[in-house]
Design a protein around this ligand. Structure first.
Ligand code: GLC
Length: 573
C-alpha cells in the first residue's frame, strides 16, 4: 500500500497528508476472552489497518485507571491497565504499526487525573509539595465553593471528608482537575510526556486541553449561559501560556501530530492554538458541527439543519486555510454513530455512510476515521438503562428521573438512543460469529444486534461495501494533493439538500457534490464552476456520468467527486 506520510517540509508535514484511525481499545478487539478489548487484540489487527490504508492510529487511553470514565480517569500515566496488557504489549503495538509505516498517537489526559492517582492521594493528605496539586477550597460540606456545573451533570465540586475541603472536577467526581498554576504539576506532566516520547510515540491527542486554565479565584459563572462556569474554564486566561511552555519544553522540533480537543473553541480561538504563530498545536477538534443539532444541551436534539451545518464547515475551512489546519471528523468515541446522526441507518445505510466518508475525505484538513465508521456501524438499541455503561448517560437517566423530567427510562429512551456515547462504544463488528468476533467471552457492553449484517468479514468480500469505498477514498486522498491542500469554496450555500463545494490547487480543480437527503434531487452546477476537464474519480452510485453535466440528477444520498487530471501523475492520468 503506498503511503505518503514519510514526512515532508514544514509546509507539508506528514500529518497534513495523513488519514488517522481512532481506536477505542476497550471495544476494538479482545485477544484473551475477558470481554474487554486489549493491546494484543489491536496488534493482531495491524494488517487490517494497513489494508485500509490509514497513516496513523490515535489510541484512546490504555493507562492505569479505575475506569470510572473508561480510562479518561488515569491513576498511573506510565503503566498500562492490566485488562489491556502491559508495556511489552504496548511496545508490540508500536512496533507492528511502525513496521507498516503507521504512526501511533497517544491520548494525553492532563486536565484531570483519577482520584486514585498517587498525586491526588498525597494532595488529599496535604503531603509536602502536593497540597496544591488540585483545586481545593475550604467551606461547609453542604455549600460548594462556586456554582460551576460538571460537564457530566451536577455540581463540579465534591467534598472530601479526609481533607475536610472541596475539590473541583469538571467531569466525574472521580476525575479531579489538576491545578495548572502549580509549576510542579506542569513539570510532572512534561516529564511524563517526555517519557512517552522516549518510548517512540508519534504525537498526542490532548484531551479537553482548553480547560486546563481557570479564572483566578474561581468566581461564580453566569447561571443563564449554558454550562455554568464555562466562561471561567473554557479557553481560560493562561491556556496559551501553558501550551506554549509545553511546546517549548517538550514538543518543539519533533515531527509530531499534536491535536487538541477544544470544546467551545471558536475559529479565532483555534487560530491561537494552531500553527507556528499560535501555540504550536497541529490542529484542534472543534465542536461546532457536532453540536449543531443540540438544543439547550446534548440531550435535547433536533434534526441536523444542513444549511447551518454547511455554513459551519465552510467557516472553519476558510478560517484555518492560510494559517493553521483543520481536523475533519464526524464521529468519535463521544459522539453517536455518524451514519445514524447525519445519514440514514435504515434503507440508505451504505449509501449515506459512503457519502459522509466522501465529505470527510474531500475537505481541507486531516480526516479522522473512528473505528467501525468504515463499515457503516450504526447507533445501537439500549432497551433498558442496565445496558448503558457510560457514566455520562447513566447520570443523565438518573437525574432526569430524579428531577421529574421523566417518569421512567422509557420516556427518555429515544433521546438516550440518539445521543449516548455508548453508541460509539459497542464492540467493533469483525464477523457474524458470536459477539461479532470481538471476544470469546462476554463483552463488557452488548454488541449492536445488526452485526450479522454489518461486519468486516462480509464487507471485505463485497466490492460494493462501505469498507471498500473507504479504502478507495483513503487511496485517493494519498494520490491527490488537491484534496489535501486545495482551497475550499462552498457552492450553493442555501441549497437545503445538496452539499457542494469546489477545491482548487495550482492548475488543478475539483467539484464535490453530495445529496444529503433521502429524496432524489437535481443540482444545477453554479456558473462559477468551470466544468471543463472535470472527471469522475469516485462516486457511490454506479451510473454517475463520467463528466459534469450542467444539471446533476442525484439519487438519495448520492455522492460524486469530480477532479481534473493530476498534474503530478496519479489519478486521471
Ligand atoms: C474528553 C474525552 C471524553 C472524556 C472527557 C473527560 O471529552 O473525549 O471521552 O469523558 O474528555 O476526560
Amino acid at each position: 500500500m503506498s503511503r505518503r506520510n514519510a514526512g515532508g517540509d514544514d509546509d507539508h508535514p506528514w500529518w497534513k497528508e495523513a488519514v488517522v484511525y481512532q481506536v477505542y481499545p476497550k471495544s476494538f478487539n479482545d485477544s484473551d476472552g475477558d470481554g474487554i478489548g486489549d493491546l494484543a487484540g489491536l496488534a493482531r489487527r495491524a494488517d487490517y489497518l494497513d489494508d485500509l490504508g490509514v497513516d496513523a492510529v490515535w489510541l484512546c487511553p490504555v493507562y492505569g485507571s479505575p475506569m470510572a470514565d473508561n480510562g479518561y480517569d488515569i491513576s498511573d500515566y506510565r503503566s498500562i491497565h492490566p485488562a489491556y496488557g502491559d508495556m511489552d504489549d504496548w511496545r508490540q503495538v508500536r512496533d507492528v504499526l511502525h513496521e507498516r509505516d503507521i504512526r501511533l498517537v497517544m491520548d494525553l489526559v492532563v486536565n484531570h487525573t483519577s482520584d486514585e492517582h498517587e498525586w491526588f492521594r498525597r494532595s488529599r493528605r496535604e503531603e509536602d509539595g502536593y497540597a496544591d496539586y488540585y483545586h481545593w477550597r475550604e467551606g461547609e460540606p453542604d455549600e460548594p465553593p462556586n456554582n460551576w456545573e460538571s460537564i457530566f451533570g451536577g455540581p463540579a465540586w465534591s467534598y472530601d471528608e479526609a481533607r475536610g475541603e472541596w475539590y473541583l472536577h469538571l467531569f466525574d467526581e472521580k476525575q479531579p482537575d489538576l491545578n495548572w498554576r502549580n509549576s510542579a504539576v506542569r513539570e510532572d506532566v512534561h516529564g511524563m510526556m517526555q517519557w512517552w516520547l522516549d518510548e517512540g510515540v508519534d504525537g498526542f491527542r490532548m484531551d479537553v486541553i482548553n480547560l486546563i486554565s481557570k479564572t483566578e479565584g474561581l468566581p461564580d459563572g453566569d447561571p443563564d449561559a449554558g454550562l455554568t462556569g464555562a466562561e471561567h474554564f473554557m479557553n481560560g486566561p493562561r491556556v496559551h501560556d501553558r501550551l506554549r511552555e509545553m511546546h517549548d519544553r517538550v514538543l518543539d522540533d519533533r515531527d509530531l501530530l499534536v491535536v487538541g480537543e477544544t470544546p467551545g473553541a471558536s475559529v479565532a480561538d483555534a487560530r491561537e492554538y494552531v500553527g507556528p504563530n499560535g501555540d504550536g498545536l497541529s490542529m484542534v477538534f472543534q465542536f461546532e458541527h457536532v453540536t449543531v443539532d443540540h438544543g439547550d444541551d446534548k440531550w435535547t436534539t433536533a434534526d441536523v439543519p444542513l444549511a447551518e451545518f454547511k455554513e459551519i464547515i465552510a467557516k472553519w475551512q476558510a478560517g484555518l486555510a492560510d494559517e493553521g489546519w483543520n481536523s475533519v471528523y464526524l464521529s468519535n468515541h463521544d459522539q453517536p454513530r455518524m451514519v445514524s446522526r447525519f445519514g440514514d441507518d435504515g434503507e440508505y445505510r451504505r449509501k449515506s455512510a459512503k457519502l459522509l466518508g466522501t465529505l470527510t475525505h474531500t475537505l481541507q484538513g486531516t480526516p479522522f476515521v473512528y473505528q467501525g465508521e468504515e463499515i457503516g456501524m450504526t447507533n445501537a438499541p439500549f432497551e433498558s438503562p442496565d445496558e448503558l455503561r457510560d457514566v455520562e448517560a447513566k447520570n443523565y437517566v438518573e437525574r432526569a428521573v430524579e428531577h421529574g423530567e421523566a417518569d421512567c427510562y422509557e420516556d427518555i429512551r429515544e433521546t438516550v438512543e440518539a445521543t449516548a456515547r455508548d453508541n460509539a462504544r459497542t464492540p467493533m463488528q469483525w464477523s457474524d460469529d458470536t459477539h461479532a468476533g470481538f471476544t470469546d467471552g462476554e463483552p463488557w457492553i452488548e454488541c449492536n444486534p445488526n452485526y450479522a449484517e454489518v461486519n468486516v468479514e462480509r464487507a471485505r468480500s463485497d466490492p460494493d461495501s462501505v469498507l471498500n469505498y473507504y479504502r478507495e477514498l483513503i487511496a485517493l486522498r494519498h494520490e491527490r494533493d488537491l484534496l489535501v491542500y486545495g482551497e475550499f469554496e462552498l457552492l450553493a450555500p442555501d441549497d437545503p439538500d445538496v452539499f457542494a463545494y469546489s477545491r482548487r490547487l495550482d492548475g488543478e480543480r475539483g467539484l464535490i457534490v453530495l445529496n444529503v437527503a433521502a429524496d432524489a434531487t437535481s443540482f444545477d452546477v453554479p456558473a462559477e464552476v468551470d466544468r471543463d476537464g472535470l472527471e469522475l474519480v469516485i462516486a457511490n452510485a454506479d451510473d454517475a456520468p463520467a463528466t459534469v453535466p450542467a444539471t446533476l440528477d442525484l439519487d438519495p444520498y448520492e455522492a460524486r467527486v469530480y477532479l481534473t487530471p493530476s498534474q503530478e501523475g496519479g489519478v486521471g492520468q
